[in-house]
Design a protein around this ligand. Structure first.
Ligand SMILES: [Zn+2]
Length: 315
């Protein structure tokens, strides 16, 4: 599989070289080309970059970012990028390194200003002490990479992106700072609204499908007491589900939260056995068509919680 990828990428790279050189020669546009690994990062970069940047995400918010497949179109984007922004903490370990290698763009390699690993600007939860191992399929070996689900981290990311864009494109540094100030003002208004809307979650025990909502729990005050996946990235067995059913009954847990891209069989089974309701939360910008900004994301999450908590007649 790697061999095929490299062969294909070599062909595409040649095509990209021609397309790229023509593009640079013919274009008077000075916009900074930003490539992000996820749509959440793209949304924040767009909010900060405005008309001074052109932002493209390598993956759509409808997919599980742990498992993207490197495609030729993605190599082209990285090849042309001035700035690459990634989640880090091994989120993209399965697909970004070969992409970077094929794209041969030194600007966006680690250590250069065009490479931005956002995990370095936030405090990661779930960092393991001792040697890091991906044994047993654990996809969070370097700490929990789902940190964009805490709006406070969104603010940290926006601040860091504004500073970096200002370094790469000093002529527009003031504009980046102004847009960051606007982003921060919106956050100041929105965050208390989301917290008020989800106040009833405070202290509630919740089960998560994947270990991705710890940051959300942290900001909105609910407790994640267990996961459906026995380890991040590992599907539940019948025995896992059996133990969960015992726990749900014992501790009277009433809510499961999960991303739209996970299988729903386990959720249905747990619902049949215990009445546990599932809130399918949009986990990223782009998870639903209406979610196009970072602020939309938490509006969507709030709405999904509300829908799951509403009285349901047919259950
Ligand atoms: Zn994960």
């Amino acid at each position: 599989m790697m061999k095929n990828f490299n062969l294909l990428s070599a062909v595409i790279l040649l095509a990209a070289l021609f397309a790229g050189s023509a593009g640079f020669a013919g274009s008077a546009e000075a916009r900074v080309r930003v490539v992000t690994t996820t749509q959440d990062l793209a949304a924040i970069a767009e909010a900060i970059g405005g008309d001074d940047v052109k932002v493209e995400s390598l993956t759509p918010g409808t997919r599980d970012p742990h498992y993207a497949v490197a495609k030729p179109s993605m190599i082209r984007r990285v090849f042309r990028a001035d700035l690459l922004i990634l989640i880090g903490a091994d989120m993209e370990i399965g697909w970004l390194p070969p992409l970077l290698q094929s794209a041969r763009n030194s600007k966006v390699l680690p250590g250069n200003p065009g490479f931005m690993d956002m995990s370095r600007f936030v405090q990661l939860l779930g960092v393991q002490s001792g040697p890091v191992s991906r044994a047993l399929g654990d996809v969070h070996a370097k700490g929990n990479p789902h940190y964009w689900l805490d709006p406070r981290n969104g603010l940290r990311m926006a601040r860091a992106i504004a500073a970096r864009l200002g370094e790469i494109d000093p002529d527009n540094a003031a504009a980046y700072q102004n847009r960051f100030a606007a982003f921060a003002r919106t956050m100041e208004i929105k965050l208390p609204q989301w917290q008020a809307a989800l106040a009833s979650l405070k202290g509630q025990p919740v089960i998560a499908y994947h270990k991705s909502f710890d940051y959300l729990a942290d900001i909105f005050g609910f407790r994640i007491v267990d996961e459906v996946e026995p380890k991040p990235g590992i599907a539940p067995s019948a025995a896992t589900l059996g133990a969960l059913i015992q726990r749900i009954r014992r501790e009277q847990i009433s809510l499961l939260i999960m991303e739209p891209y996970y299988e729903r069989r386990s959720a249905r089974y747990l619902n049949e056995k215990t009445g546990l309701r599932a809130a399918v939360l949009p986990q990223s910008v782009g998870a639903e068509k209406s979610i196009t900004t970072y602020f939309d994301l938490f509006d969507g999450i709030t709405a999904a919680f509300k829908a799951a908590q509403a009285p349901q007649e047919d259950q």
